[in-house]
Design a protein around this ligand. Sequence first.
Ligand code: SF4
Ligand code: SF4
Length: 130
Amino acid sequence: MRLNGEVKRVPNELQHQTIDRIFEQNPSMEGVYPGKSRYILEAFFLDSGGLELFDLGCTPISRQVFGLGGTAPRERGFKITDACIGCGTCQRLCPQHCIEAGVPFSIHQKSCLHCGRCFEICPAKAIVRR
Ligand code: SF4
Ligand code: SF4
């Protein structure tokens, strides 16, 4: 899982209440921060950003992207442009076999590892970062 976003501190008047709620939902935290020592912690939240979920246990891998706080999911990885000459090198060398032949060739984004191998080996420099 990859999580990113704008971190905002919970307002002072809600700090204890928020920390108590976190401890209620994660009882093992009481053993780590017994009693009032929990209030040494600072509660924060992500105001906006994105979440990427990867399942590396299947072939090809699977990726889901979500926006947080009304933010549109941020596009990452690579895409193949019209400069593609159709040589097929990227398709042969992609470790996830997630490149499809066509004019131009295309990447199945949900299965892309974002390893950048195709980007590095394309002889026509047709692959760019998204
Ligand atoms: S390596 Fe580059 S030129 Fe060759 S098929 Fe892939 S994107 Fe197209
Ligand atoms: S970045 Fe890696 S996994 Fe994704 S299409 Fe390119 S070679 Fe395949």
